[in-house]
Design a protein around this ligand. Structure first.
Ligand SMILES: *[C@@H]1O[C@H](CO)[C@@H](O)[C@H](O)[C@H]1NC(C)=O
Ligand SMILES: *[C@@H]1O[C@H](CO)[C@@H](O)[C@H](O)[C@H]1NC(C)=O
Ligand SMILES: *[C@@H]1O[C@H](CO)[C@@H](O)[C@H](O)[C@H]1NC(C)=O
Length: 555
């Protein structure tokens, strides 16, 4: 039988054990409590990214440090992706969603029951904006995938031209986060965020990243910035899902040259450098491009006056098709590109009337026996397209052509676009690579006079009849007159080239027809966005922001 002493000792042990657990518990709580910020990196705030949050013990400070992982969001060429092993592409499929930790996202509009929502339950309100941004990028990529664009490196080589949103994981310490910031931030760069915003259908209403000011909106989405002292530009991404349906949205071509248009940069499809447009004044912008094309100063200033008076840029506007590379991706039906200059979607090389006049004049030349082999080739190519796709191939994209977005039609146009020039170059391999450039320059110098001449020509009954030929009803005579004038002025191009020291008339004429036909093909493979230039009703974005590595944080 245990004595009273034993009982007391037992009680003491039990008390001691309880005290031990209580103090240990308190100690542990205190130690874990040293992991500052840990509770800000939970699933309610950063969704599945919370699984990457960890505590790291620091002996020297006898405390835990919170390590959280967030994405660095970028836009990369799929081609580079093979090199960059740590990059995870955002492609919109389930595997990619899993790898980027956004398999599901709570939709803030899902519970619109109108009931009082218990603030403790409504966790979506706590969520960081970059999760929604990743989700939106996935949705857009999914949409591209349905339209034939996959960044599939293994099987679909051509898609390497695609420029795809991607992330890399970045682990950071909560210790270094400023006290103003209460949620883990993702990172990106000014250049990539501007391009991604364009992709998501946003235009910039204010853009001064140097001063910490960036503001974009469009399509139910918005980005606003706040400057955080000692940290940098902090962006807030928001969207209203109810207002906007991604499935109805075509998006712009997801490739580098197409993204560059949003920054006022036109890459060259004829082997020259980029054209960069700084000015936000339409007249000045056109003059800038003409300066880059080395066009005579007197011609430029005269044309500037014409633009100011008439309010249009006809005569110059169809420069894009002559200069730019083919942007629509192979196998895809996404054809929209941003408008880089005023009226680039109008001109003799884009309109149906211009096509009709072009065909008519080529046929006439053939009858007169004035066609070279290259011209005959262009004529037969035109004829084949007309037979296969009916006269519909003459209509611009937004003219509502039934097969506008048919990948078959687009891939044929794309193939011809390169073939036309390649074939020509092969035949004349001895000629200067500057030939195309000089002929383009010569043509542009003549072409800027066409709107004025066209008006005069249309006043003249005999000339008007000639212009109306073959057009049928509903027509834009100025466009047809433009193409006729382009062709009538070939002798001026020839003499211009003679002054440059190129005396081979035949060569110059062939180059000219090839250049024009290629521009026409270009316009049938692209649909230039309507409305304001350079982006969704926003302000024109300066080329200097392209590729800008200035970091931004996304809350
Ligand atoms: C890429 O192609 C492979 C092989 O056909 C296929 O299994 C895979 O799902 C494709 N990936 C994507 C992202 O489309
Ligand atoms: C654009 O520039 C032209 C000169 O090229 C000038 O006459 C015109 O007033 C400017 N327009 C605006 C809106 O500033
Ligand atoms: C066209 O003709 C009308 C009258 O017939 C005249 O007023 C006008 O100035 C002419 N326009 C041009 C560009 O010659």
């Amino acid at each position: 039988m245990p004595s009273e002493q034993d009982n007391t000792a037992l009680a003491a042990i039990i008390v001691a054990i309880i005290a031990f657990f209580v103090t240990t518990g308190q100690l542990l709580q205190q130690i874990f409590g040293t992991a500052v910020g840990y509770r800000h990196c939970q699933a309610s705030v950063i969704g599945e990214w919370a699984t990457l949050t960890r505590r790291k013990w620091r002996w020297s400070e006898f405390r835990f440090e919170t390590k959280y992982t967030t994405p660095n969001i970028r836009l990369i060429e799929v081609e580079d992706c093979a090199r960059l092993t740590k990059v995870r592409l955002i492609t919109g499929d389930l595997e990619s969603r899993r790898r980027t930790h956004v398999t599901s996202i709570s939709n803030p509009d899902d519970d619109k029951s109108g009931d009082q929502v218990n603030p403790d339950d409504d966790e979506s309100g706590d969520q960081v904006g970059w999760l929604a941004l990743l989700d939106q990028l996935h949705l857009f990529q999914e949409n591209y995938r349905m339209k034939g664009i996959t960044p599939n490196i293994t099987i679909d080589r051509p898609m390497l031209e695609m420029n795809c949103p991607a992330i890399t994981l970045r682990e950071r310490s909560w210790d270094l986060i400023p006290p103003d910031i209460i949620r883990p931030v993702a990172t990106s760069t000014v250049g990539d965020i501007i391009a991604l915003a364009h992709r998501l259908g946003m235009g910039w209403s204010d853009l001064r990243p140097g001063d910490g000011i960036m503001r974009a909106e469009g399509g139910g989405r918005s980005i606003v910035s706040t400057a955080v002292r000692g940290f940098g530009v902090l962006l807030q991404f928001n969207y209203e899902p109810a207002k906007y349906d991604v499935s109805n949205y075509d998006g712009t071509v997801p490739s580098t040259p197409a993204d560059k248009l949003g920054f006022g940069i036109i890459e060259s499809g004829i082997g020259f450098g980029d054209i960069e447009i700084e000015s936000t004044n339409e007249t000045e912008a056109a003059k800038e491009v003409m300066h880059l094309l080395n066009i005579d100063r007197a011609v430029i200033s005269k044309y500037g006056e014409y633009m100011e008076q008439s309010g249009n840029s006809l005569g110059f506007s169809d420069i894009l098709g002559m200069w730019a590379p083919f942007m629509t991706l192979p196998g895809s039906s996404v054809v929209r590109v941003m408008k880089v200059l005023r009226d680039v979607d109008r001109g003799p090389t884009c309109s149906r009337e211009g096509f009709v006049a072009f065909y008519l004049r080529l046929k006439k030349s053939k009858k007169e026996g004035a066609c070279s082999e290259q011209m005959l080739y262009l004529l037969s190519t035109y004829r084949k397209l007309k037979e296969k796709w009916d006269s519909g191939w003459q209509l611009p994209m937004h003219g509502g052509r039934g097969f506008a977005a048919s990948p078959e039609f687009l891939s044929e146009i794309r193939k011809l676009w390169s073939e036309v020039a390649d074939r020509f170059r092969e035949k004349h391999s001895s000629t200067s690579p500057f030939l195309f450039f000089h002929v383009l320059q010569a043509h542009r110098t003549q072409a800027v006079e066409y709107p004025v001449l066209a008006k005069a020509a249309l006043n003249d009954t005999a000339q008007r009849e000639k212009i109306e030929e073959g057009l049928g009803s509903s027509m834009d005579l100025e466009m047809a007159a433009g193409m006729h004038l382009y062709i009538d002025r070939i002798p001026l191009v020839v003499s211009f080239m003679k002054k440059k020291g190129i005396h081979d008339e035949r060569l110059v004429i062939d180059t000219w027809w090839t250049l024009i036909f290629r521009a026409m093909l270009w316009h049938r493979g692209h649909d230039i966005m309507e409305g304001k230039t350079r982006g969704y009703g926003g302000i024109p974005v300066s080329p200097s922001f392209w590729g800008s590595k200035l970091p931004v944080y996304i809350a």
